[in-house]
Design a protein around this ligand. Structure first.
Ligand code: KMH
Ligand code: ZN
Length: 304
């Protein structure tokens, strides 16, 4: 590994969880901004964002909320602000993509294939409202839709907005979908790939699967064709995949969107706490956290 810098991304709130799962999940725009700024201060160069209806905490695609959150973070820190185009249950591709077209962020997520996305295994808790229990249960019949028509259209929207895609791949087939997009001339290299492992309906969060998917990506895009990061869903996957990625020269994603625990016997109180733990791992494995400037350099994003 010649470049020891590591990019840490923090996924602040998520669109596939409900507030009753943890009081630590930020809900209102103010809470999301505060949490993102604190995660950046703890070492996250990228903050990955969804928005929620302030009154209920339900994931939504409201452009006004996105604008409030993105503007609020930009006022207070230099993190790369990365909104989702993945959204949450029940949102159409047009609703999901609107934040890219309208806000033209420097980066946003781009999901590379359709798959079942099951969170119905999360146990209902007394603090959950009826809609939350229903939301979780509805994913027995939920397909996270990213058809070829959708991803062709999304590619155009990202290009038009000059937004760098973070390509989310959840299983090896998504890498072949991405290769197909590249063959159609819809991808600008080098690309940035996020290996998201541990979603029920896609793949397991194992080191073997991360290695397999990384090898597959090298075969399809060449070792110099992409930068990459790993996001393990759940605990201890979040930190096991972070450690593996640090060893292999990849980047890392942590945050309450993907995992609610900081230790086997302790739930996380904040996103910053998860970033701090990841930041302790990096120097142990001879990696140096990249600040927002280094992050933009690594990703080939022009300075703002
Ligand atoms: N919720 C994660 C498993 C997106 O926002 O575009 C995947 C994700 C996708 O972060
Ligand atoms: Zn997300």
């Amino acid at each position: 590994m010649t470049d020891r810098r590591v990019l840490c991304s923090c996924a602040i709130t998520g669109g596939m969880s409900v507030p009753g799962q943890s009081a630590a999940i930020p809900i209102t725009p103010e809470q999301i901004v505060d949490s993102a700024v604190a995660a950046n201060a703890a070492g996250a160069a990228i903050v990955h964002l969804h928005v929620r209806e302030p009154e209920t905490g339900k994931p939504v695609s409201d452009l006004g909320l996105f604008k409030e959150v993105i503007g609020g973070i930009r006022e207070r820190c230099d993190a790369i602000v990365q909104p989702t185009s993945g959204g949450g249950v029940g949102m159409t591709i047009d609703e999901r993509a609107r934040v890219v077209a309208e806000c033209r962020p420097e980066m946003a997520t781009f999901n590379c294939g359709s798959f079942n996305f099951g969170i119905f295994g999360v146990k209902p808790r007394p603090e959950m409202a009826p809609w939350e229990v229903e939301y979780l249960d509805s994913t027995r019949d939920y397909v996270f839709r990213n058809t070829f028509k959708d991803v062709y259209r999304l590619s155009e929207i990202f290009r038009e907005a000059q937004t760098k895609p973070e390509y989310e791949v959840y299983e090896p087939g998504h890498l072949y979908n991405l290769r197909h997009l590249a063959d159609q001339g819809l991808v600008d290299f080098p690309i940035h790939v996020q290996f998201v492992l541990g979603v029920l309906g896609a793949n397991a969060a194992t080191i073997e699967q991360l290695l397999h998917m990384h090898r597959t990506a090298v075969g399809l895009f060449g070792g110099d064709g992409f930068t990459w990061s790993a996001a393990g869903v759940g605990y201890p996957a979040q930190f096991h995949l972070a450690a593996t990625s640090l060893m292999l020269g990849g980047h890392i994603r942590v945050g309450l969107e993907d995992n609610l625990r900081v230790a086997l016997d302790r739930r996380a109180e904040s996103n910053a706490e998860l970033v701090e733990k990841a930041m302790k791992l990096a120097p142990l494995l001879d990696r140096e956290p990249a600040g927002p400037t280094g992050a933009r350099e690594l990703l080939g994003i022009a300075a703002t």
